[in-house]
Ligand binder design. Structure first.
Ligand code: MN
Length: 502
């Protein structure tokens, strides 16, 4: 008779086969499973279940992101050396270099304790982490899946550790998932960590929001019926869902000064999500919706299909007057865009894998997303910085402020999007556009109005650098307000050269 974990492993194989049917892959996964069971013999998790349940759940999460067999095998094996009875040599012998390096990478990342460590350690650890990531991004996907399962079972570990781990999830791993375009993963990690880090606020938001979720869901239900009916009349094939806003992001929104806990000002507590087959149908669907419900002036339509967000997010968002004049946000996207928004980098990975294996057919059609090397660029940037910035303090600043802090998205007058950290100024913007542009700043306009050079930019603003005819050196007092590493580096470089010439 099969034990329960074995039953769960059969489910994993079935999940895997649903998107990639390959006999040698399933043999590999079975081998990894047997190896993991052996390595964790007799071990238990603090929840009381056999330890091997944890790597199995980790692997299942990776399968739900539709990843390749090597990554899923690494998920099964990720604790066999660190916490189990296996050695690295065993892994190399049984599974080869690729998988054993993935496991070693995950171990390295796992030993990183970012919260509560001194700055010096923090730097070293981040260095290790980003090195392992830059080598093979799949390391970070395994780590995210591992963290996801650990967060689900966080209740079982000692109280004093809970908060540290949850805070690290909120401050490091959720932003990491966001940067990789994995919106759904980010939101889930946030919500798992929320009650451990801000216990009182969590209770408050949960209690206060209950009635608003309920009301919004009723509105959505009415609208869903109307949209489906009209779409059917016009023979447009749509699927309509309600998307509940995750609790943590709801809380952040409630805390904003312009909202200050007024639920009436939150229009997307439950948003309507309309899924269609093609881009053309997105615009048809938009027409259907505006025909039924008038768009709200000023709030109106954001077309992230024509103009994707820098992390690749695509959708059309429109705010409309729903039943009883209630403002509701509707999000329209194709199935491909949906998948990409949920799994981000993971969906791109699977796509390129399938392509390199010459698999066409359903999988490719389902995804239909081009592999975007741009998405990987910030990881590469991180790796480059490590090489360049020998000085730990400089590296710490670069990473803390550029890579993991929240970002602002600002536009050039031509509509190009620039992704800058919070607190960025027009000077940061100029250097982000081009390292030479910094030497031509005469003035700056934001949304058509002249502003000082140390103006703090906000998302959505259009920034126009007024250029001088000839170049002039950057000023040293700019260093007092620039926040990006690029700007700081370029200004310093210029000043250094100036000194040498003198
Ligand atoms: Mn683990």
């Amino acid at each position: 008779m099969k034990s329960k974990p074995d039953l769960k492993f059969s489910e994993l194989i079935a999940d895997y086969k649903s998107y990639m049917d390959n006999k040698s892959d399933t043999r590999l996964l079975k081998k990894a499973w047997d190896f993991a069971k052996l390595a964790h013999t007799g071990q238990k998790r603090l929840t009381g279940v056999p330890y091997v349940n944890h790597p199995l759940e980790t692997a299942k999460i990776l399968t739900s992101w539709k990843l390749d067999a090597a990554t899923i095998a690494a998920g099964l094996l990720h604790d066999t050396v660190e916490d189990g009875g296996a050695t690295e040599e065993d892994l190399i012998k049984e599974f080869g270099i690729e998988i054993s390096q993935l496991v070693a990478g995950v171990t390295k990342v796992s030993n990183v304790k970012l919260r509560g460590s001194k700055d010096q350690e923090f730097v070293e650890n981040l260095r290790k982490m980003s090195l392992a990531m830059a080598k093979d991004l799949r390391v970070v996907l395994v780590k995210l899946a591992d963290r996801m399962h650990n967060m689900r079972t966080l209740y079982a570990i000692p109280k004093e550790k809970q908060e540290r781990i949850a805070r690290e999830t909120l401050e490091v791993f959720a932003p990491l998932a966001e940067r990789l375009g994995m919106g759904e993963v980010k939101a889930k990690l946030d919500d798992l960590a929320f009650p451990y880090v801000y216990q009182e606020k969590y209770k408050l938001v949960k209690k206060e929001s209950l009635i608003h979720y309920k009301k919004a869901e009723e509105t959505i239900k009415t609208m869903k019926r109307a949209i489906l009916r009209r779409a059917a009349e016009l023979e447009v094939k749509v699927r309509v869902n309600g998307r509940k806003k995750h609790l943590y992001s709801l809380w952040l929104k409630l805390e904003r000064p312009e909202i200050s806990w007024d639920f009436e000002k939150i229009h997307d507590i439950v948003a309507l999500r309309v899924l269609v087959d093609s881009v053309a149908e997105c615009y048809t669907a938009l027409g259907v919706i505006h025909n039924l419900y008038k768009p709200v002036p000023h709030l109106g339509v954001s077309d992230f299909i024509a103009q994707p967000k820098p992390n690749g997010y695509q959708s059309i968002h429109t705010k409309v007057f729903g039943p009883k004049g209630k403002i509701v946000e509707v999000q329209i996207r194709t199935y491909e865009m949906h998948e990409s928004a949920e799994y981000g980098i993971a969906s791109h990975w699977a796509y390129s894998q399938a392509k390199s294996r010459g698999i066409s057919g359903e999988l490719l059609e389902n995804r239909g997303v081009a592999v975007d090397s741009e998405k990987l660029s910030w990881v590469k940037q991180l790796a480059d910085w490590q090489k360049e910035l020998a000085d730990s303090e400089e590296f710490l600043r670069a990473v803390k402020f550029d890579a993991l802090s929240h970002r602002n998205f600002v536009f050039s007058p031509l509509g190009d999007v620039y992704n800058l950290p919070k607190g960025s100024t027009p000077v940061d913007f100029a250097y982000a556009v081009h390292t030479q542009l910094g030497s031509y700043i005469k003035g700056v306009k934001v949304d058509g109005k002249v502003v000082p050079l140390d103006f703090k930019l906000r998302s959505g603003q259009v920034v126009e650098i007024i250029k001088s005819k000839s170049s002039h050196p950057p000023r040293s007092d700019w260093l007092k307000f620039v926040v990006t590493t690029t700007a700081r580096k370029e200004i310093n470089k210029y000043l250094r050269n100036l000194r040498i010439k003198e």
